[in-house]
Design a protein around this ligand. Structure first.
Ligand code: PMT
Length: 400
């Protein structure tokens, strides 16, 4: 759900700092890349080693890294983050944020950042109700920061009231829906085809290919992370996806894939055809397992429907279709021909000539060509990152 999202977690001096450990675990489990910045007071409550281990990133506390004299660049850290979450937020740090005081790394990052900021205060109930705190909270809200209200319950002082840091589970729920709702594809329907198709020869044999589904699944997840409601039509694949905005439709053959795509296509805004569909299927499927009787065997093949081309024929002016081209030679020319022939708005070219690109592996190297013949070349990178590049390219060209 938060796959690929960069979250900078600020931890302040509060007994609730122990909850930061759980918060990091949940963020990482949700797919986020987490970096932690602690105030010096936070060190009295939780160890940086715990936070670094859980986040799988170094934890930052001061402007320089004492051991090797490196500068912990607050501007870079602020710009790195897609979202800053300060949890627990102490009354002291809140006062600094509301007044622009920057005497530690966390408060300087806060001033340098351009991303949304979520604040989860934690303090004793009387501190939370104090007019100074109330006024500081109002001030940071006026800056556009979002407050995750402190919860009611037993406090470290033994008193009972409002002041407990919001539970990590509640914070995660909020972040997941916040990121989805803010997404540029909110309210849009996206159809993605993924994986291979298997065309049966007999009950135990089939014609297939090496597609793992990784590219298509990464695209479905990224589109959902951007707020879209996604239908993923997947051929046989070991990939799994667990995202509330993604509905998976499992199919086996090209015909089944076409039928399922047909039922969704008219309601779809953006379609991405990442599946490696078998171009041919056996003319007949033997009802029983074919016996090994002669030295050679001939299987008559007939052409499969071209799903992308069929849907391209009924594409309306408000729909946007993205194809893939898997090539081994004359890559650009072949991809451009497919773009025109299948009425794509954009085509993603991956070549088996590029080592590490294409089928099965975790990485891919693509060029994106649009219908104005503008070409964007990308480096070999993880398919999750490739999916982000493709969705960003779609966003710049897709008109609502
Ligand atoms: O699944 P992975 O292991 O991660 O690998 C990813 C991938 C290499 C499969 C993917 O990146 C990719 O290139 N997918 C398209 C492969 C392919 O079939 O390309 P093509 O050039 O043969 O087809 C052109 C386009 O028409 C594609 O969008 C394809 O989905 C579509 N098509 C093709 C044939 C057909 N019968 N129906 C189709 O919809």
């Amino acid at each position: 759900m938060l796959r690929g999202k960069k979250i900078l977690l600020g931890v302040c001096g509060s007994i609730a700092a122990y909850k930061s450990a759980l918060l990091i675990r949940l963020l990482v489990k949700s797919g986020a890349d987490v970096k932690v910045v602690m105030t010096s007071a936070a060190h009295d409550f939780i160890s940086p080693l715990t936070l670094s281990t859980l986040s799988k990133n170094p934890t930052f506390s001061s402007f320089t890294n004492g051991e090797n004299g490196e500068w912990n660049n607050h501007v870079d850290l602020g710009l790195w983050a897609d979202l800053i979450l300060i949890a627990p937020l102490s009354a002291n740090t809140l006062a600094k944020l509301s007044n622009g005081i920057c005497d530690n790394l966390l408060s300087v990052i806060y001033l340098s950042a351009r991303c949304p900021v979520l604040l989860a205060p934690a303090m004793d109930l009387d501190m939370y109700k104090h007019p100074a705190t109330v006024s500081n909270l109002e001030k940071v809200i006026s800056f556009g920061n979002i407050i995750l209200d402190a919860e009611h319950g037993e406090l470290a002082s033994g008193l009972i009231g409002q002041g407990r840091m919001a539970e990590p589970e509640h914070i995660i729920e909020f972040i997941e829906s916040f990121i989805t709702e803010k997404g540029p594809l909110r309210g849009k329907k996206v159809l993605v085809t993924a994986g291979p198709t298997f065309e049966a020869i007999d009950p135990v044999r089939f014609i297939g290919n090496h597609s793992s589904g990784k590219m298509g699944y990464a695209l479905a997840e990224e589109a959902a992370n951007l707020g879209a409601s996604v239908v993923l039509v997947s051929g046989p694949s070991n990939q799994r996806i667990d995202h509330p905005m993604v509905k998976v439709e499992q199919v086996t053959s090209a015909w089944e894939m076409l039928e399922v795509c047909n039922t969704h296509y008219s309601k779809t805004d953006i379609s991405i055809f990442a599946a490696a569909v078998a171009d041919y299927r056996p003319e007949v499927m033997a009802e029983q397992k074919i016996k090994k009787s002669s030295e050679t065997m001939v299987v008559e093949l007939v052409k499969n429907p071209d799903i992308a081309a069929e849907l391209g024929k009924i594409k309306t002016a408000s729909q946007f279709n993205v194809g893939f081209a898997l090539e081994t030679e004359n890559e650009r020319q072949n991809a451009t021909e497919k773009l025109k022939k299948k009425n794509f708005d954009m085509i993603v070219l991956n070549s088996l000539q590029d080592e590490g690109a294409g089928f099965s592996g975790d990485r891919n190297k693509v060029s994106i060509i649009d219908n104005n013949n503008i070409v964007m070349d990308f480096e070999l990178k993880d398919k999750v990152e490739v999916a982000k590049d493709i969705l960003q390219a779609i966003l710049t060209r897709y008109e609502n």
